[in-house]
Write a protein that binds this ligand. Structure first.
Ligand code: SAH
Length: 353
């Protein structure tokens, strides 16, 4: 896995825990309180550069600039929805890799959707992010910067973060968990763990590991089909782990954390929207106390799936509720701006070719 993690030119201070940063600063022969100052500048004040860190001695700022350049993302493109104000950003990493992030305004606060990898190797049929395969993992600092830069650009306080952009978080597990710890740290942005959601296509060992992290975050499982046979047709990961194994892992996650798991179910017209599908889905959710989030599938240019109409979605929701399930319909934000995962990046990269 490390071969797909980039080499930076110096130590990555923004990915370090407070303790690691302190050790690094001490090694430079500086007192520990300098580490607290730098940490606060990076993670609470969202400084873009060392030059903003005005309470540090100039010599230290210069030494840091040389030894450990501070990583920030660069905005390459931005689309603003005319319908609901959703903003979609295309950010460049230091090596030029491009990732997408989305800013959404809800009644309860502002939410950012981040990418966890450049590209993805999971191969889900309906998803645009996986079409070019996996390029590399993102570092904790590169995931954090998506949130930080959006906060700087919009001037908004971000209250919610979902790891639902490009990439499979469980395929970049250590960096994603470190990202969550830094993002929720009281000396940083201090976003509530309960307001963070990690979405997985269903990598069982990752779910089992996450259950042991003592985190209060929400786990979302991209289920999308209720039989292994159908799931295998749209999600290759289903060939490795069965729905039965997934349910055991989700049950374990609920037991260990007390947090309700969310099942994401993209309704695909003619593929997974029958009455039997609804009944089986409600039964699975009931078994592990999961909440169901229905997502009308976003048509992707390269794929043939069609979006079900509003009536079909409501009728499927009705069937689920009749079977006793707890359901919400995902508000389709930013539909006019290439809302579905990976579409802005694909368009930009195709334009470059
Ligand atoms: N790899 C993770 C997170 C990224 S995808 C996962 O699979 O969960 C975030 C969510 O968007 C997943 O539920 C995914 O299945 C869904 N998704 C991807 N493409 C979509 C599309 N075209 N329409 C609707 N949902 C889509």
């Amino acid at each position: 896995m490390n071969s797909i993690t980039p080499n930076l030119s110096g130590p990555d201070l923004k990915s370090m825990t407070r303790q690691e940063l302190e050790a690094y600063i001490r090694e430079m022969g500086m007192p520990a309180y300098r580490a607290s100052q730098i940490y606060k500048w990076m993670h609470a004040d969202l400084a873009r550069s060392y030059s903003e860190m005005t309470n540090l001695p100039r010599a230290l700022r210069e030494e840091l600039l040389e030894k450990a350049p501070l990583f920030t993302v660069k905005k390459v493109d931005e689309q603003v929805s005319r319908v609901d104000g959703t903003r979609k950003y295309l950010f460049a990493m230091q090596d030029g890799a491009l990732v997408e992030s989305v800013f959404m305004r809800y009644r309860y606060g502002c939410s950012v959707c981040v990418s966890s990898q450049v590209g993805c190797r999971m191969g889900c049929q309906f998803c645009a992010s996986t079409i070019g395969g996996l390029v590399r993992n993102l570092l904790p600092s590169e995931i954090l910067e998506q949130v930080y830069e959006i906060s700087r650009l919009t001037g908004e306080r971000i209250s919610h973060v979902v790891v639902m952009g490009t990439g499979e978080p469980m395929d970049n597990y250590d960096n994603v968990v470190r990202f969550v710890r830094l993002l929720t740290d009281e000396a940083g942005l201090h976003i509530s763990q309960r307001n963070i959601t990690i979405s997985t296509c269903g990598i069982v060992p990752g779910i089992e590991r996450l259950a042991e992290e003592k985190l209060q975050i929400t786990l979302a499982l991209s289920l999308h089909a209720v039989s292994d046979k159908k799931r295998m047709q749209i999600m290759p990961v289903a060939k490795t782990w069965s729905i039965e194994e997934l349910m055991k892992a989700c049950g374990h996650y609920f037991e260990k954390t007390g947090r309700r798991v969310t099942f994401e179910y993209s309704l695909i017209g003619g593929v997974n929207d029958t009455r039997e599908d609804a009944e089986a889905l409600a039964a699975l959710a009931g078994r592990v106390h999961a909440h169901i989030n229905l997502i009308p599938v976003n048509p992707v240019k390269e794929r043939s799936f069609r979006r079900p109409d509003r009536r079909d979605v409501l009728s499927f929701k009705n069937k689920l509720e009749k079977s006793g399930a707890n359901v919400s319909i995902r508000r389709a934000l930013g539909r006019d701006i290439d809302g579905a995962c990976g579409q802005l990046r694909r368009r930009t990269m195709q334009g470059q070719q």
